[in-house]
Ligand binder design. Structure first.
Ligand SMILES: NC(=O)C1=CN([C@@H]2O[C@H](COP(=O)(O)OP(=O)(O)OC[C@H]3O[C@@H](n4cnc5c(N)ncnc54)[C@H](OP(=O)(O)O)[C@@H]3O)[C@@H](O)[C@H]2O)C=CC1
Ligand SMILES: CC[C@](O)(C(C)=O)C(=O)O
Ligand SMILES: [Mg+2]
Ligand SMILES: [Mg+2]
Length: 337
């Protein structure tokens, strides 16, 4: 492999067990990191604002919860797992005043460092431990004695020990059981943003909605269109997940495979590839980050409008009706209430 991968034997858990860690935020990633750090023998404190909805959850799990400023003041290692858009203000108000030489500032995603929204002083370590999976999977794998692979990066090595400390942290949350891949803040941030915009979230959602629109506008039943364009996507993605595109093609019929090979490149054509390159350019130049920060500061007017339009798309109503017929699907509380 062209990347450097580190496993349990490469990491010294004692390095993180000897430090006090503040996990700021207790959402998807925060709860997984905090509980697994604690179960790995690390002294953990949670930082959450006084009115945070996450406070009772953390306290019920037996964790000590302070304000972000109090937690940052007590800790040697401060892991910021609040939403990306909240991190700049959180850093300025609660963390920066409580940093001291030799402390370490950790992140689960590089956005705020890559785009200079947070500028830590030169005498602290700045590193990232970013599991490549949602927090609930990270925690479940840890409890099962396994782990989710993670990315590890160092932006600033003030102590000379930043990478070893980040690896120790990755070991404490199960990451080095599966493998910790060394990267940079720039590579992690730019590829993560590109993946979620062009392929995983933006690309996939638009592909599904457009396919559904083409079938229903041609007079086919929305229920049948839903199965073909959304429901079965999971079956296909599961096959790709297990063994790549080749495994998926091995499992589907020859008719489907011929359609895939001959028609797929017409859907995702050179114009789409050119648009993907443009999207990557906006990420690399910082244009996307500037746009998103301005949108957030303006109260997210476009975000709210687009989110509402997405929720009102006819595929959602059809899906809600059909999922109620699927006893095996874990539906969100909003659909079952
Ligand atoms: N979700 C994921 O699977 C992944 C996330 N990441 C990264 O991890 C980081 C955290 O994301 P994620 O776990 O999804 O976040 P969530 O939205 O799930 O959770 C955010 C947590 O931060 C708390 N919070 C909100 N505002 C503040 C604040 N000002 N100060 C302190 N705490 C605050 C929230 O509390 P409250 O309940 O009160 O809102 C909540 O506990 C991000 O950098 C993200 O990019 C990286 C890899 C995957
Ligand atoms: C794919 C979305 C993601 O990048 C993730 C879960 O990794 C995110 O920012 O939520
Ligand atoms: Mg991601
Ligand atoms: Mg992301």
């Amino acid at each position: 492999m062209s990347v450097e991968v580190y496993y349990d034997d490469d990491a010294d858990l004692g390095l993180i067990q000897g430090r006090k860690v503040a996990v700021i935020g207790y959402g998807s990633q925060g709860h997984a990191h905090a509980l697994s750090l604690r179960d790995s023998g690390v002294d953990v404190v949670i930082g959450l604002p006084a009115g945070s909805k996450s406070r009772p959850k953390a306290e019920e799990q037996g964790l000590r919860v302070l304000t972000p400023a109090e937690a940052a003041a007590e800790a040697d290692v401060i892991m910021i797992l609040a939403p990306d858009t909240a991190q700049r203000g959180l850093y300025a108000d609660a963390i920066a005043p409580n940093l001291a030489a030799g402390k370490a500032l950790f992140f689960g995603h590089g956005f705020n460092i890559r785009y200079d929204l947070i500028k830590p002083p030169a005498d602290v370590d700045v590193a990232m431990v970013a599991p490549k999976g949602p927090g609930h999977l990270v925690r479940r794998q840890y409890v099962d004695g396994k782990g989710v692979p993670c990315l590890v990066a160092v932006e600033q090595d003030a102590t000379g020990n930043a990478f070893a400390l980040a690896l120790a942290y990755a070991k404490a949350i199960g990451g080095t059981r599966a493998g910790a891949i060394k990267t940079t803040f720039t590579e992690e941030t730019e590829t993560d943003l590109f993946g979620e915009q062009a392929v995983l979230c933006g690309g996939a959602a638009a592909l599904v909605q457009t396919g559904f629109e083409v079938l229903t506008e041609a007079g086919y039943a929305p229920e049948v269109a839903y199965f073909e364009c959304l429901h079965e996507l999971k079956l296909i993605v599961d096959l790709m997940y297990e063994g790549g595109i080749a495994r998926m093609r091995y499992s589907i019929s020859d008719t489907a495979e011929y359609g895939d090979l001959s028609r797929g490149p017409r859907v995702i054509d050179s114009r789409v590839k050119e648009e993907m390159r443009k999207i990557l350019g906006e990420i690399q130049s910082g244009e996307f980050a500037r746009e998103w920060v301005a949108e957030d500061e303006a109260g997210r007017p476009n975000f709210a409008k687009w989110r509402a339009e997405g929720a009102a798309h006819p595929i959602e109503e059809t899906g809600q009706k059909l999922r109620a017929m699927m006893s095996w699907v874990d539906r969100p509380i909003t659909e079952t209430a």
